[in-house]
Design a protein around this ligand. Structure first.
Ligand code: GLP
Length: 247
């Protein structure tokens, strides 16, 4: 596993979109593990363009999102359901609704919902590609520092630092949900291939720790060392000073 500096957001996003596109071209019934956040917006823009230009049949593609905020309805503008509608499913409305999966953050029984989601992921089989962003504190999905590597989909408490970081998407910090339903680290590791992206100065510290070669529960993304097929692409601003190191 190695951190690769692709120079800029455009190229890394376009590469990732091409890989998702190629995956579907090769295997129309592919399973895609999808992520949200500012990092992924351009990936979906390029992906939608490729799908449109090539008139791709996505009816058999199954998608699984990593996480969802607790307490937000599916139509809340900052819910990850709504994010996915905006960036992908409304832009290319040919996915099969029953094949699109995002945890339900306003379910009456949240623990039961998390268990249902984990079972769905397991029964469906491993994602062909899982795309990942990374939190400023090194989280993946919403697996905050200290998360067990055996963790499955469950209700998680967000840390102060994540609430602060994600408040940029809300009117103010008080409106950021304090919990989420997130795939666990072991759920994420079940994917066949993982592509992690990080852009901007604010991600540099997390990427530097990820590039250190030391697995550390306080930097959840370092669990990726245990996966045989991970690619990590960053832009120049997020690249560690000490590039070129194999971990
Ligand atoms: C969020 C999401 C993660 C995402 C990360 C980075 O909290 N749960 O899946 O990768 O934080 O978000 P952004 O891309 O907006 O910086």
């Amino acid at each position: 596993m190695k951190v690769i500096n692709l120079g800029n957001r455009h190229d890394a996003s376009f590469y990732t979109a091409c890989e998702l596109f190629n995956q579907i071209e090769r295997k129309p019934e592919s399973k895609l593990g999808l992520a949200t956040g500012g990092t992924m917006v351009d990936v979906y823009t390029h992906f939608v363009n490729l799908l449109k230009m090539n008139d791709v049949d996505v009816s058999k593609v199954e998608t699984f999102n990593l996480d969802e905020y607790v307490g937000l309805s599916q139509t809340h503008p900052e819910s990850y359901h709504q994010y996915m509608q905006n960036v992908l499913f409304d832009q290319y409305p040919f996915f099969t609704a029953s094949c699109v999966h995002v945890p339900v953050g306003d379910a009456e029984d949240l623990d039961a919902e998390a268990e249902r989601y984990e079972q769905l992921v397991q029964e469906s089989g491993p994602a062909d590609i899982q795309i990942l962003g990374i939190g400023e504190n090194g989280h993946i999905g919403f697996n905050e520092p200290g998360t067990s590597k055996k963790s499955k989909t469950r209700v998680v408490d967000l840390t102060e630092s994540t609430i602060r970081a994600n408040s940029r998407y809300f009117d103010n910090e008080d409106e950021v949900p304090k919990q989420a339903i997130s795939m666990g680290l072991s759920t994420i590791l079940s994917a066949k291939r993982i592509i992690l992206l990080a852009f901007g100065e604010k991600k540099k510290a997390a990427i530097t720790k990820l590039a250190s070669g030391v697995e550390d529960a306080d930097v959840p993304a370092t669990i990726l060392y245990e996966h045989p097929n991970v690619e990590i692409y960053v832009d120049d601003a997020a690249a560690p000073d000490d590039m070129g190191r194999e971990v």
